[in-house]
Design a protein around this ligand. Structure first.
Ligand code: 8YV
Length: 315
C-alpha cells in the first residue's frame, strides 16, 4: 500500500523525523523556497498535515489541500490552526495534551522563583566578582505563603496550582465556570478581581479569539507594582504593549514570559528591562516530553489512516 502523503509544516527532532518518513510521504513545507508553488504541486496529494503548536495551519494551507482529512498538532495549543476552516470541511484536528502539562507547570513555577528571587542577577553577582567586591547580593522577594492567581484552570493551570500548594500559597483561579479542585482554591470569575488579590498571576488559559488580550491594562494595573505576571500560554492572551508600558513605568513589578508576539523576534523594549525574565518558548522543552509529543503526533496520524478512533482529538 502506498504511504499517505502528509504536509509537514515545521521541523521535528531526528528521532521524530525518521519514523514519520518511514510511515508517510512527508512534504517539508518549511524547506520550500517558493511555498505557494510548493503547495500547488503537493497539495492535491496531501491527506494530513503534521504541524506544531507554534506554527499551526492557516486557511491558505488548508485550502491548498483539497483531500485534507486531518491535522495533527505537536503541542497542546491549536490556536494557530484555522479551526473554522477545519469545521467547515470536517477536517479532524488532534493535539498533544497531558504529556506536557507537568513540564509546562514546572517551568512556570521555576520562572516565578527565578524572577522573584533574582536568580539571573545573583548568578552574575557570584560569577563576575561582585560578591567579593560589593558584598551581599541585594535582597529579593519572598514566594512562599504569598497569594497566587491562576488565569485558566485547565490541565496546565491545575498542575501549577498543585505545585504552588507546596509553597503554602493562598491560591485563587479564574475560569469559565467554578470547578471541583484538588485543593481549597477560591474561584474568582473576573480576571481583574483575580489580579487584585494576587501577588503572582499565572496565565495558563488556552488562546482563542475570545481570550485575546484578556490580560490588558486593567488586569496589569490590578496586579500592580508589587505584583508579578507569569505567562506560559500564548502571547496573544496579553496586551504586550500595555505590559511593556507597565514594566517601564513600574506600574507592574515583574514579569516572566515564555511566549512573545512575533516570536522568535522579541520586542526590543523587553531587552532594555531588568524587571522581566525572558524565556524562549520552551515550557514543554524536555527530551522526555518532546519525545512523548512526537509519538502522539504519529499515533494520531496512524490511527486516522487505520480507520481507528483518534487518541487526542480537540473538541
Ligand atoms: C509547542 C506549545 O509544542 O504545546 C504547545 O502548544 O506551545 C509548545 O509546547 C512548541 O511550539 C513546540 O515546537
Amino acid at each position: 500500500m502506498t504511504k499517505p502523503h502528509i504536509l509537514q509544516i515545521g521541523s521535528y527532532p531526528d528521532w521524530d523525523q525518521a519514523p514519520l518518513d518511514a510511515a508517510f510521504i512527508c512534504h517539508r513545507y518549511f524547506e520550500a523556497v517558493d511555498k505557494t508553488a510548493f503547495l500547488a504541486k503537493v497539495g492535491p496529494d496531501v491527506r494530513a498535515i503534521a504541524t506544531r503548536g507554534d506554527l499551526g495551519a492557516g486557511r491558505a494551507i488548508i485550502d491548498a489541500c483539497p483531500r485534507l482529512e486531518m491535522i495533527s498538532v505537536y503541542g497542546v495549543g491549536y490556536d494557530a490552526v484555522d479551526m473554522a476552516a477545519c469545521r467547515a470541511r470536517g477536517i479532524a484536528v488532534t493535539n498533544t495534551p497531558d504529556v506536557l502539562s507537568e513540564d509546562c507547570a514546572d517551568l512556570g513555577v521555576a520562572m516565578m522563583l527565578c524572577a522573584s528571587r533574582g536568580m539571573v542577577g545573583a548568578e552574575a553577582w557570584a560569577r563576575n566578582g561582585s560578591w567579593a567586591t560589593k558584598g551581599g547580593y541585594p535582597l529579593q522577594r519572598r514566594v512562599w505563603g504569598k497569594r497566587a492567581g491562576i488565569l485558566g484552570l485547565g490541565r496546565i493551570g491545575i498542575e501549577v496550582a498543585k505545585r504552588l500548594q507546596g509553597f503554602g500559597m493562598d491560591i485563587a483561579y479564574s475560569a469559565r465556570h467554578e470547578k471541583e479542585t484538588p485543593g481549597d482554591w477560591a474561584y474568582i470569575a473576573d480576571p481583574v478581581a483575580l489580579a487584585a488579590r494576587s501577588d503572582f498571576l499565572f496565565v495558563t488559559l488556552s488562546a482563542s479569539a475570545d481570550t485575546r488580550h484578556i490580560v490588558g491594562q486593567a488586569v496589569i494595573a490590578a496586579l500592580g507594582p508589587q505584583g508579578m505576571l507569569i505567562n506560559i500560554s500564548r502571547a496573544g492572551n496579553i496586551d504586550e504593549l500595555a505590559l511593556l508600558d507597565a514594566l517601564e513605568t513600574g506600574a507592574l513589578g515583574l514579569a516572566a514570559l515564555d511566549v512573545f508576539e512575533g516570536e522568535p523576534a522579541i520586542n526590543p523594549r523587553f531587552l532594555a528591562l531588568r524587571n522581566v525574565l525572558l524565556q524562549p518558548h520552551h515550557a514543554s522543552g524536555t527530551f522526555e516530553t518532546r519525545q512523548a509529543m512526537g509519538q502522539l503526533v504519529r499515533d494520531n496520524l496512524s490511527a486516522h489512516f487505520a480507520g481507528q478512533a483518534l487518541l487526542t482529538p480537540v473538541v
